[in-house]
Design a protein around this ligand. Structure first.
Ligand SMILES: Nc1ncnc2c1ncn2[C@@H]1O[C@H](COP(=O)(O)OP(=O)(O)OP(=O)(O)O)[C@@H](O)[C@H]1O
Ligand SMILES: [Mg+2]
Length: 336
């Protein structure tokens, strides 16, 4: 199926493609490619446009082709949304190439945290899941989906749909308003009710930030924390990916507990790499990483959950000090 679509996209002219799939015109509009020459096949037509158009969307000439194939697959109704009940990570090797002995399964609906010293390999662990590693990354880990290893083609098909990743750096290149940005996302994900989901997503993003923004605010004018909140809400409300990976949410200046709850709904598998005790203990289990390998797997005990309440109080105190400083108040001994 995928190969057939690949052949069609590679060989047919855009005119032929649009005749069979009129909705493809929307795909081109979404990616600002409405002026392609219709009598050429997609790749050849792309060669005639400035690649910067694609860079704005985080794409290049190869990945936009993949996106088009996936889009066609979706609209032609033959897409099977992979239901992920479980992923399993099989150990590989540590940084010093010692065997990493562990097998760990995560079921849908679970929140898992990844802790460990700076540079120990937390982000690497998330990256292995993101690329559905098959013993071909530096850690030599293997990821199974529903207990099964993945063929190369499946990996490609699932790419970008199984995993939603929230990383520290969000750079918006396009000069869209928040409303336009969300609308574009809703449409490119073929959401059945774009207006409704845009409103939900906008409200959710604003719940996470201190200073609110409007639908007219340009995405390029959002602060670091605001753009992060927008991406969290976007993932929570629009993404159908069953796995969410979060790297270092604590530095983002958003309400992180609420963000995790927002992301964890809908039975997703959530993995959070964190240095923050609150987030680490919110998870049902935590993986401790050391020297590039999983060193311990710890289940959060009821006792730890109880201390979570105390840590939350400490955190609230810190948060109120932070807020006082933000609004220009003085800190007095009784604030603390
Ligand atoms: N098992 C491994 N084998 C080889 N290299 C590894 C392994 N695990 C991690 N690394 C490498 O070690 C480096 C540091 O890892 P990583 O960036 O994941 O650390 P981190 O725990 O996320 O640190 P921080 O807390 O600063 O974000 C990276 O270059 C990563 O690719
Ligand atoms: Mg990291």
């Amino acid at each position: 199926m995928i190969n057939d679509l690949y052949d069609r996209v590679t060989n047919e002219t855009l005119q032929e493609l649009i005749a069979d799939y009129p909705i493809v015109a929307d795909f081109f509009i979404n990616y600002n490619l409405q002026n392609l020459e219709n009598e050429l096949p997609f790749s050849e037509a792309l060669n005639k446009v400035d690649e910067n158009i694609l860079i704005d969307f985080g794409l290049n000439k190869t990945t936009v082709l993949d996106q088009l194939v996936l889009f066609l697959q979706t609209v032609s109704g033959e897409e099977q949304t992979t239901t992920v009940q479980e992923i399993t990570i099989l150990g590989g090797q540590t940084k010093s190439e010692d065997v990493e002995e562990f097998v760990f399964s995560i079921k849908s609906g679970e929140i898992i945290s990844i802790v460990g010293p700076t540079g120990s390999g937390k982000s690497r662990f998330l990256a292995d899941i993101e690329c559905l590693a098959q013993r071909d990354t530096p850690t030599k880990r293997q990821i199974l989906v529903n207990g099964r290893a993945l063929e190369d083609e499946e990996r490609f098909v699932m790419d970008g749909r199984l995993v939603a990743q929230l990383s520290q750096n969000m750079n918006f290149v396009m000069d869209l308003s928040v409303g336009e940005f969300l609308e574009m996302h809703a449409k490119s994900r073929l959401h059945p009710n774009p207006t409704k989901v845009v409103a939900e997503c906008f409200a959710a993003a604003n719940e996470l930030v201190g200073e609110k923004f409007t639908l007219q605010t340009k995405v390029t004018q959002l602060s670091g924390g605001q753009s992060r909140a927008l991406m969290i809400a976007d993932t929570a409300c629009m993404s159908t990916s069953p796995i969410v990976l979060i790297d270092e949410i604590e530095n983002a200046g958003v309400d992180r507990r609420q963000a995790i709850h927002m992301l964890a709904k809908n039975e997703k598998i959530v993995l959070i790499s964190t240095h923050d005790p609150l987030l680490a203990l919110m998870a049902g289990k935590r993986l401790v990483i050391k020297n590039g390998g999983v060193y311990k797997i710890i289940e959060t005990t009821p006792e730890e959950r109880e201390s979570l309440a105390k840590i939350e109080m400490l955190d609230n105190t810190l948060q109120s000090i932070r807020n006082k400083l933000r609004i220009g108040d003085r800190i007095t001994p009784d604030t603390i």
